[in-house]
Design a protein around this ligand. Structure first.
Ligand code: ADP
Ligand code: MG
Length: 384
């Protein structure tokens, strides 16, 4: 029998989530008990209505994304502030249902300080027939990385943020999760400079390539092998980290393509057309397209990231700037076989000052549902 979203929400209520110990009993889809409606209240948040457990008070919108709206709230049971994300109609189609299910299962399994932790999950609907909305309660952070990118950070903060991103990514990789879609809006930070990754990226089957039907999402951070529909390995995520580091230094998106095709143009305009050796790895139709683009020589990393972009008051900072640039030049490599790995990046001089084996080598989570990405179900099945 498949354990899908409805069953999962139920499971979280019945079992192991710590938050549940403190929460009122029997509030979710518990059609046999009377009075459970009173455990919920509704309020309007922007265009949406949040129907949440009464233990969550002072809701304020703090963000929105492809899946829905996120509010901050005070949790009277846990006596702390939390973030509540409403997955709007996760069952409207198979892609959404699958994504909701995947996110919930992974959030529950993964336990690392650089990955957002799940505190609770609930649905106000009582029966499977009515089951429509899912609310996810998480640790509350202060801002997403888009907001941090606007700021002038010193090398200490910059390298510490990168270190934490890499620790989170390494942990996901250890669990067999290759993200492929890291972007600043899905990375959150606290004012003490701690960082957490919010989501788990593309499911193995969800990527769309250069010549496939586009749909509206941010793809500035996607690696060439994703854009070009090639095979990928774990260092696909290093590309995204490189794009994010570059953006923190330039305060501007590095490769701001209008669509997938333009995305590739932006990459080669700056980094140069890759050699024949790389083109040979592409499938025929993509190679024909890529070969017919104008040829670019690209720019050196000294030109792409000149000294003036970095804080450079002292000799110490000059050294740091050249280390950061060196790291960029190893991350932003079109051919993934020549790109730095996550482990190598963690040992890079710009990053290794923070190296703590307890953070880097945390034991990998056990993902019980091995076929997470391969599974195909109808919307009704996902719901169940
Ligand atoms: N736990 C959290 N703490 C603080 N802000 C958050 C949290 N979760 C989400 N946000 C904010 O809400 C935005 C959208 O959340 P996200 O989980 O990325 O939604 P979606 O999956 O729809 O893209 C994020 O970019 C961030 O600004
Ligand atoms: Mg998001």
């Amino acid at each position: 029998m498949c354990v899908c979203v409805h069953a999962f929400v139920h499971f979280c209520v019945e079992h192991s989530l710590d938050a549940q110990k403190a929460a009122p009993q029997g509030f979710i889809m518990n059609n046999n008990k009377r009075g459970e409606e009173r455990e919920f209240y509704s309020l309007d948040v922007g265009d949406s209505t949040f129907t949440v457990l009464k233990c969550y008070q002072n809701l304020r919108p703090i963000g929105s994304g492809a899946q829905g709206i996120v509010c901050s709230a005070y949790d009277h049971n846990l006596e702390r502030n939390v973030a509540i994300k409403k997955l709007s109609r996760p069952f409207q189609n198979q892609t959404h249902a699958k994504r909701a299910y995947r996110e919930l299962v992974l959030m529950k399994c993964v336990n690392h300080k650089n990955i957002i932790g799940l505190l609770n999950v609930f649905s106000p609907q009582k029966s499977l027939e009515e089951f429509a909305d899912v609310y996810i309660v998480m640790e509350l952070m202060d801002a997403n990385l888009c907001q941090v990118i606007q700021m002038e950070l010193d090398h200490e903060r910059l390298s510490y943020l990168l270190y934490q991103m890499l620790c989170g990514i390494k942990h996901l990789h250890a669990a067999g999760i290759i993200h492929r879609d890291l972007k600043p809006s899905n990375i959150v930070v606290k004012s003490d400079c701690t960082l957490k990754i919010l989501d788990f990226g593309l499911a193995r089957t969800a990527a769309t390539g250069l010549l496939m039907t586009p749909y509206v999402v941010t793809r500035y951070y996607r690696a060439p092998e994703v854009i070009l529909g090639m095979g990928y390995q774990a260092n696909v995520d290093i590309w995204s980290v490189g794009c994010i580091l570059a953006e923190m230094i330039r305060h501007k998106i590095l490769f701001a393509g209008r669509d997938y095709i333009d995305q590739w143009n932006k990459v080669i305009e700056q980094l140069g057309t890759p050699p024949q050796e790389f083109l040979m790895k592409l499938n025929q139709s993509v190679r024909t397209y890529v070969e017919n683009r104008p040829r670019y020589a690209g720019y050196s990393f000294d030109k792409l990231f000149p000294d003036v972009l970095f804080p450079a008051d002292s000799e110490h900072n000059k050294l740091k700037a050249s280390q950061a640039r060196d790291l960029l030049s190893r991350m932003l490599v079109i051919d993934s076989s020549k790109r730095i790995s996550v482990d190598e990046a963690l040992k890079h001089p710009y990053i290794n000052v923070w190296y703590d084996p307890a953070e880097v080598e945390a034991p990998p989570p056990k993902i019980t549902d091995k076929q997470l990405d391969e599974r195909e179900h109808t919307v009704e099945e996902w719901k169940g």
